[in-house]
Design a protein around this ligand. Structure first.
Ligand code: FES
Length: 101
């Protein structure tokens, strides 16, 4: 699908998360301590929207059953054997873009 423009980088503050549809996919964007990451907005446990959870520093907590993930890598930390679907993202001319496969 290619690179899809998401939102202005200045509109996603540190500690914030947001969700949007890009290229037909529901994408979660997070800004964890200034690091921007993009994931499929779907918990690997039972598929809940991760955007309904909480971002605490670099830890994303699913709102459904409280699984925890490191948003810098997408790896599960509690339990540790899960992995979020990570999309490549970049900032071009102040706009966050996400590579939709
Ligand atoms: S659906 Fe996310 S922890 Fe269960």
């Amino acid at each position: 699908m290619g690179w899809e423009p998401a939102i202005a980088a200045e509109d996603l503050w540190e500690g914030e998360l947001t969700t949007m549809t890009l290229g037909g996919q529901q994408v979660l964007l997070v800004n964890a301590d200034g690091e921007i990451r993009a994931f499929e907005d779907r918990c690997p446990h039972l598929g809940s929207r991760l955007s309904e959870g909480d971002l605490d520093g670099c830890t994303l907590v699913c709102g459904k059953h409280l699984w925890e993930f490191d948003v810098l890598t997408g790896k599960g930390t509690n339990p540790g054997d899960s992995q979020l679907t990570l999309y490549e993202c970049r900032v071009i001319d102040g706009t966050i873009e996400v590579l939709i496969p």
